[in-house]
Design a protein around this ligand. Sequence first.
Ligand code: GLU
Length: 376
Amino acid sequence: MNPSLRGPLLAKAKRVVVKVGTRLLTHEKGGFAPDQLQHVVDQILELRAEGREVVLVTSGAVGVGMGILGHATKPKQLAEKQACAAVGQIRLIHAYDEAFSRAGVGVAQYLLTAEDFRDPERFGNIRRTTEALLRHGVVPIVNENDVVGTAEIKVGDNDRLSADVCHFLEADVLVILSDIDGLFTANPKTDPAATLIPIVAKVTPEIAALAGGEGSIASTGGMITKILAAQTVTESGSACVIANGFTASLSQILAGSSVGTLFLPCGQKLGSRKRWIRFVSTPKGKVVLDDGAVAALTQRRVSLLPAGIRKVVGSFAAGTVVEMTTLRGRAVARGVTNFSAAELTHIAGHPSGEFSELLGRSVPQEAVHRDNLFLL
Ligand code: GLU
């Protein structure tokens, strides 16, 4: 891409998700840094003054809590980490509230888990609540609900969380601010020849391989979680910028200045439902398709009919997300099924004219309607 197009792409972004990493809100040796938080807030206020809507995803609860509870390094024990998050979160949100209210701007607090995103109803509720708050001019401030987080229900890191927020919001751009300048050709901390990559057209395995593990004493993610977040949002048609929050300002980034790494949107912008099916939901079962059905889905972009289903794997209710695979097990699509696993097993391979008799009621013709289907 011609670098001069960077400006127009970012300048027209109306809806922005800003993710702020722990390092930006704490001192290098740990402990809350309120001045740095004020700096973040000032920049968000600037974006709002430019007419943009901003949702903030903030880390820092554990990092701030470590300072309060006297931990020099991140505690290993889960309960202790969660205790840090609980005391840190309240200090953090209080500081945000004070800083924004000095400018007459209200804030709202969200503490979410992966389960809240995976459930379509909760996902929809979060989206509608956010729309309402944005209409009121409030800045929603999102963090993971670390206190209840166990492996199964955790989003895990706030890079992923910020991508999920970008999905329900159908945001134009996700800006991930941390203490590194962007994506480099090699790890800049160990390789002096490493150079910053200004623009990434597509997150390929080669690009993902450039992300070495790193992080500070209180941070969770590294470059790889940022790249994965960039991948899901760009594949949904949003842009993503990874930049250094100490040296670059949000206004500068959104004016299209050559700072950080810009990940270009690939493909058309998807609505939140398609994004949910593709990137947020967890498939609960699998249907194995015959070759004809695979060809129809991938080449003609039609709905999946039960006639093309060879096998149903797992137990699921109507309305859940299933994965569609080839006979050899390669995943080709994901979508919301109109039937339960038991019903699908019953009608698999049959033409639609027989469904009412087989199931004893009138039902849709499609196993998965194409509006609820996403090709992988
Ligand atoms: N939720 C964690 C916190 O507030 C941060 C997780 C992350 O930075 O990825 O400390």
